[in-house]
Design a protein around this ligand. Structure first.
Ligand SMILES: *[C@@H]1O[C@H](CO)[C@@H](O)[C@H](O)[C@H]1NC(C)=O
Ligand SMILES: *[C@@H]1O[C@H](CO)[C@@H](O)[C@H](O)[C@H]1NC(C)=O
Length: 498
């Protein structure tokens, strides 16, 4: 055991200097109707390779009551998951209104014997700044109902696939490395029925079709040579609508909002490196009526049709916005040019790589720096570009994650465990960071620019009020708040997002 762990550690050290962070959490998902502070991730454990046997739950009956099913009873025509690995979309019934809250366990007629089954899903999130692998373990406890999410294994590697546009094979190698982790996490006997899926986001959307296809083809080859199940369409670029909708599904699933019959849900704000998404379920019809047609999406889930307000703003992710603020984004071939900004510490000089381009950036050595000037610059990246939804000033609860969370954590706005802030707290902190750049520089020279951008994005982009409360969370119930879990459900269930 010790030897195996050591071997694994050595492998990690030797084989993958790029690897950033690993965690492995084992937990049972128990739905809650209210947001519950999740526990800190104290167990930074590597997968226990010495014990690859799947953990099948002890004979169903007794645990059933402690672990309520997280899903609604499935419509009859839907088969239990392990059978649905074929890529044929399933029939989802158009939505009548009523469904049972999940905690109500039918006072069951004698249940026919059914051994609960464990199965896995592997989802790659190919973002602009890194590639992440999510390995989900599900337990099918009942042949009819949807499975329970048992645990998530998550691992990140940098840089993102888009950096390999001139060298797709190298990009494929990063996927190969991450697949090794899947092999160590998933018992061998499950490999050939475990689907591997990769969805790329803004990083690849920003490349030419040819460049993106070159990378995706490489990934397809790596998948094909792996021992896992490769469904058709297993590798693709996800559109912005799906990215927003599936993150919304993840967060509302994890916060328990997909079951409550009040249909109360939470909105989501996602800030990636290349793009940013806003998604929520409007309470008022006017929000949909006044939205541009492409800013709404419908999908089917558990006999309900949801109509969401959702949009992804390409080039308005945090890293893309930095370069846009500097006037550098897309300025290819300007190797000689140094892009400057009052958002950066005066003496700061560096080269920044994004999307396979390298840009020289610096502060303004003898000029001015600070919040006001910075805000003015950042505004140009936002003004006239964003649509302000009718309802956003209202009472919707929003969860914000990814870079919203990271910056709030780094500046001490919230603790590592997450928390709630008002929009005005971002503004206050942005002022503080920009006016004391030397103090905050060790965290990141871009902190002033980032905090100012987030402030401007929330206020002048989406139109949030100063007093709007945002819940910042990296994880809910120990599962990452990202679109990856929603995308895994979509793969198995086909939400028919349209
Ligand atoms: C879903 O809809 C179908 C068809 O209308 C119905 O037979 C089924 O009972 C519904 N399921 C739930 C959980 O409401
Ligand atoms: C929060 O920020 C601290 C300090 O920058 C960092 O060490 C830590 O990893 C961050 N936590 C999370 C969950 O990102």
């Amino acid at each position: 055991m010790a030897n195996l762990l050591l071997t694994l550690s050595l492998w990690l050290l030797a084989g993958s200097p790029l690897i950033q962070a690993t965690y492995y959490r084992h937990h049972r998902y128990i739905p809650h109707y209210r947001y519950r502070e999740h526990t800190a991730n104290t167990e930074n454990l590597l997968p226990d390779v010495s014990n690859p046997a799947p953990e099948v739950t002890q004979s169903g009956a007794s645990t059933n009551h402690e672990i309520p099913e997280v899903f609604h009873p499935a419509p009859e025509s839907v088969h239990p998951m392990p059978e649905v690995f074929h890529p044929v979309p399933e029939v989802v019934h158009p939505a009548p209104e009523s469904y049972l809250p999940p905690q109500v366990l039918e006072p069951a007629a004698p249940v026919p014997p059914f051994t609960s089954r464990v199965f896995y899903g592997v989802m790659f999130d190919a973002g602009s700044t890194g590639t992440r692998i999510h390995i989900y373990k599900f337990i099918q406890k009942d042949p009819v109902e949807l499975p329970v999410l048992d645990s998530e294994m998550y691992h990140a590697i940098k840089p993102g696939l888009s950096e390999y546009k001139y060298n797709p094979e190298e990009g494929g190698n990063t996927i190969r490395q991450l697949l090794k982790i899947a092999k160590k996490t998933i018992p061998e006997e499950d490999w050939k029925r475990t689907p591997v899926v990769l969805r790329a986001t803004a990083g690849l959307r920003l490349l030419t079709d040819e460049q993106a296809e070159g990378i995706l083809n490489e990934v397809r080859e790596v998948f094909e040579e792996s021992p896992f199940y490769v469904p058709s369409n297993s590798v693709s670029i996800m559109n912005g609508i799906n990215e927003g909708v599936l993150a919304w599904v993840t967060v509302n699933f994890l916060t328990g909002h997909l079951y409550s019959n009040t249909r109360r849900t939470v909105g989501i704000l996602d800030l990636g490196g290349g793009s940013t998404q806003i998604t929520f379920l409007p309470k008022s019809k006017k929000t949909i009526e006044t939205a541009p047609p492409s800013y709404t999406a419908r999908f089917n889930l558990f006999n309900n049709t949801y109509e969401l307000y959702t949009h992804s703003y390409l080039k308005n992710g945090l890293i893309a916005a930095r370069l846009a603020t500097l006037g550098a984004l897309g300025a290819d071939g300007l190797d000689w040019k140094v892009f400057t900004s009052p958002c950066l510490p005066k003496k700061y000089k560096a080269e920044v790589t994004f999307g396979g381009y390298t840009y020289k950036v610096s502060g303004i050595p003898d000029g001015y720096a600070g919040y006001k000037l910075c805000y003015y610059e950042v505004q140009r990246v936002i003004k006239g570009i964003f649509h302000q939804p009718y309802e956003v000033k209202g009472t919707n609860v929003f969860y914000a994650f990814s870079h919203y969370f990271d910056r709030a954590n780094e500046t001490g706005l919230i603790s590592e465990r997450g928390g709630t802030v008002e929009v005005r707290d971002f503004k206050k902190k942005a002022k503080e960071v920009c006016n004391k750049m030397t103090k905050y520089r060790p965290i990141s020279p871009f902190l002033c620019m980032d905090m100012t951008y987030i402030t401007c994005l929330l206020k002048e982009g989406f139109g949030f009020k100063d007093s709007t409360v945002l819940h910042l969370a990296k994880k809910v119930n120990n599962v990452e708040t990202s679109w990856a879990l929603g995308a895994t459900f979509d793969f198995f269930r086909n939400f028919n997002i349209h």
